[in-house]
Design a protein around this ligand. Structure first.
Ligand SMILES: [Zn+2]
Length: 479
């Protein structure tokens, strides 16, 4: 066994503890910035393992990091642990059935994401303990969903010490991410009007609800004249009250705007805001704009992606049991429309010399094959890993922890979050990340080439957060 193989074998020694930790996080679903249980669980584990832990990272109560080793290079492992509101679901149930009505649930598999990252951290520690130079830093990043925790941490300089970073996401296939993501802005428009009796004194009222509706109509027309890569979504977060006979003096709408590059996003934001101003003028109301959060587009890094691809191919997919396959088939049968694995297979095998072989697996209930490295592409979603990718080179993998075709943020994803297939995928992701961290720690050429690529992609422009100064994370008051 090589030193690298010996270090990766550490994951096996910790597997029961890591699976129990992931299950405990699943059992305590906490939404963005309220992840107190998760933070305490992870920090206790890291301290027990001799990591030097910094809490309250970036002045965010549920953000932390734990580092091990000393000197360069410094390699980060990014972990998440937040749940999604409203997605409470019983484990391994074949129907949509909440544990707690209206409760949160792990609909994005972040209980596994954090556990797999921790598996990689203990293996990297085992490597460093063996007399190797370098530092590994495990990052506990809160509020990936709706809060862009990493974007606030990046703005606070939390990733500045890194030479490279790795992460993964639970998914329905085994592949290395080559997609960029869209940058986004989340902004609340607060409209203010004047109440009056809607029948007796309508001329005295100025409706904030009218203004908000006109702004939204403006957004529908705007869609025709923006780049097709952009996205504009909104949610009415305050409709002005329940009484139709009172002219509404308040109304709020939350906008999420996405674009592939910053200048396009800034232009989109200005045009949406002009709609709000115009709607306020039309209705004799006023509007305030509250900036909630932003995140940067993801910069892929081919150098690090190839390091991960090589390790993913060498270590292979997780070794699932027949029981895992049977559960995947049973849960898979409840999914009406097949999702991403089939899209990934279709797009990634197109030009592959393994096309015929790979298409044989396209109907499998559980992905047990490693997909070839795909072409660079732009996805439609956003991720706060984007901000980290502007600070240092980053690569990520997807590892199968759920049945093929499972939509993200679905009850089915929550239902399998503590299953054997989830545990096996999580531990295998940890091994692939550990192998990639060890390669990066031991080979200075990888860091140099990855940094050179990142600088070429940014034209050497240093990271600048999209979050305006003074904007703080939306941290709910915790009891
Ligand atoms: Zn996620």
């Amino acid at each position: 066994m090589t030193k690298k193989e010996q270090a990766i074998a550490a994951v096996d020694r910790y597997s029961d503890e890591l699976c129990a930790l992931s299950d405990a996080i699943w059992d305590h679903p906490e939404v963005g910035y309220t992840e107190k249980f998760a933070k305490e669980t992870y920090c206790a584990f890291l301290k027990k393992e001799g990591f030097s832990v910094t809490e309250n990272l970036g002045d965010i109560p549920t953000a932390f990091c734990g580092s091990y080793g000393s000197g360069s290079p410094v390699v980060g492992i990014l972990a998440e642990f937040d749940a999604l509101p409203g997605l409470s679901q019983k484990a391994e149930s074949m129907v949509k059935e909440p544990v707690k009505v209206g409760g949160a649930g792990h609909g994005c598999g972040h209980n596994l994401l954090g556990g797999g990252a921790l598996a990689a951290a203990v293996a990297a520690k085992a490597y460093l303990q063996d007399g190797h130079v370098g530092t590994v830093v495990f990052y506990g990043c809160p509020a990936e969903e709706n809060g862009s925790g990493k974007a606030f941490l990046a703005k606070a300089g939390a990733f500045d010490r890194l030479d490279a970073a790795f992460s993964w996401h639970p998914g329905d296939c085994n592949s290395v991410g080559m997609g960029s993501t869209l940058a986004n802005y989340k902004v609340i428009y607060h409209f203010h009007g004047k109440t009056s009796h809607a029948a007796i004194d309508p001329e005295l009222g100025r409706s904030a609800l009218d203004a908000m509706e006109l702004m939204n109509v403006g957004a529908q027309f705007l869609r025709e004249h923006i780049s097709t890569e952009c996205r504009v979504h909104y949610a009415i977060t305050d409709g002005g009250g329940e009484a139709p006979n009172v002219v509404q003096d308040h109304a709020d709408v939350t906008y999420l705007m996405r674009a592939p590059q910053l200048p396009v996003l800034t232009d989109l934001y200005e045009r949406v805001t002009a709609n709000a101003t115009g709607a306020a003028i039309m209705t004799g109301t006023t509007v305030d704009c509250e900036f909630v959060k932003a995140c940067s587009n993801m910069l892929p890094n081919v150098v690090l992606a190839k390091v991960m691809q090589k390790n993913l191919e060498e270590l292979g997919a997780a070794q699932y049991s027949q029981e895992d396959r049977d559960l995947a088939a049973a849960i898979g049968a409840t999914i009406a429309q097949k999702g991403s694995f089939f899209r990934v297979v279709a797009s990634q095998v197109e030009n592959s010399d393994r096309r015929t072989e790979l298409l044989k697996y396209a109907d499998d209930a559980l992905c047990e094959v490693v997909l070839p490295l795909g072409k660079e592409s732009t996805g439609q979603a956003s991720s706060d890993v984007g901000d980290v990718s502007w600070v240092c080179p980053v690569a990520q993998i997807s590892m199968a922890t759920m049945p093929a075709g499972t939509p993200m943020h679905s009850w089915q994803e929550v239902a399998v979050g503590k299953s054997g297939m989830a545990h096996k995928g999580m531990l295998q992701a940890g091994r692939v990340i550990a192998a990639s961290v060890i390669d990066t720690l031991s080979n200075p050429d990888i860091v140099a080439a990855a940094k050179q690529e990142k600088n070429a992609r940014t034209n050497g422009v240093p990271f600048a957060s999209l979050i305006p100064d003074g904007v703080k994370p939306s941290i709910p008051v915790m009891a």
